[in-house]
Design a protein around this ligand. Structure first.
Ligand code: 6GU
Length: 225
């Protein structure tokens, strides 16, 4: 997979790609991530990429011209399966969407900033818009890191234990069950007996039941999906 990210703040987004599972996925060649600084496509020597919005109102808007130059150049180089715009005024990312994106070959991600981008950019280039939740961030960079992490760990082969992504919270619309490790008794705080029983059928049943109870209490909305 190849992911291209257009951003006005490349430094803000790079470090999550330099650690742990994501770094290993890149090192092993499962994914390539390329950052493109929108500033390099600025209109003038002052590096202008944004302007005040028509009709008045607070906040700057990313202009269509630098974005057109940047996106068109990338589109001329390869075919993208999705051109994603990250913005709070969009449907929310979920595990189902992450699963489907993890099977793509080329993804282009545009991160918003300030008041967002000129609507014509969205109309002309964007194939999918996503938010990462019902709250507002200062920019889309952190959201892009979140999206990429969610996608990359799902690419087949990235996780050592092939089953471990399948037992994540949300993979079957259920929250993950509680987990325990040694010691079995810590100052009287005991691990549930069933987990020590060696009866794996019982253990699976217990975990599923715990997942259901937890989901019913904390996220009943997931059970209605
Ligand atoms: Cl994708 N961007 C920004 N700026 N804020 C957000 C978001 C995205 N998703 C939730 N809040």
């Amino acid at each position: 997979m190849r992911i291209d990210i257009i951003t006005v703040a490349p430094e803000l987004i790079k470090s999550p790609f330099e650690y742990s599972i994501i770094k290993r996925a890149i090192d092993k060649g499962f994914v390539e991530v390329h950052f493109h600084n929108l500033r390099a496509y600025a209109l003038n020597k002052y590096g202008q990429i944004d302007d005040m919005q028509f009709g008045g109102g607070a906040g700057m808007v990313l202009m269509i011209e630098p974005l057109d130059k940047c996106i068109s150049q990338l589109l001329a180089t390869r075919t993208y399966d999705e051109v994603i715009y990250l913005t709070p005024d969009a449907p929310t990312l979920n595990q189902h969407i992450a699963n489907s994106l993890s099977l793509k070959e080329n993804i282009l991600i545009l991160t918003g900033h300030y008041k967002g981008v000129d609507q014509r950019v969205r109309d002309k280039f964007i194939t999918k818009e996503l938010s990462i939740g019902d709250y507002v961030l200062s920019g889309g960079e952190i959201a892009a890191a979140v999206l990429c992490d969610a996608i990359i760990r799902l690419i087949p082969g990235v996780l050592g234990d092939e089953t471990s992504a399948l037992t994540d919270s949300f993979q079957d619309n259920l929250l993950a069950p509680p987990v325990y490790t040694r010691p079995a008794d810590y100052k009287g705080l005991k691990v549930p007996e069933v987990l020590l029983s060696g009866n794996f059928k019982k253990i699976d049943e217990w975990r599923l039941e715990q997942s259901y109870k937890k989901t019913q209490t904390l996220r009943p909305d997931l059970l209605n999906d």
